[in-house]
Unconditional design. Sequence first.
Length: 119
Amino acid sequence: VQLQASGGGLVQPGGSLRLSCTPSGLTFTSYDMGWFRQAPGKEREFVARIMWSGGRTYYADSVKGRFTISRDNAKNTVYLQMNSLKPEDTAVYYCAADRVGGAIRYDYWGQGTLVTVSS
């Protein structure tokens, strides 16, 4: 199983980026998907989660109203649209797959994509 994340880069404060993650080797609709991030010197933190059907989403308070998680099950891809970016959003962003059913445990993780918010 591989989760390929892409879309990171350098953006000015107030700007936008869209991250994508395309898992391979698993049945995409059998997994809820999440985005996490880890800033330099900090622990990894939850950013957003979307259920397998796309019908329900969850967000960290720090990104609520600015970030939107979505998925296209026909393309086996999950997205994270990030708007109104702030310097404190600078981090390596990871996508993760959590098999539907049972406790939340995130079975698979991607390699991460770096987002830098700076002027």
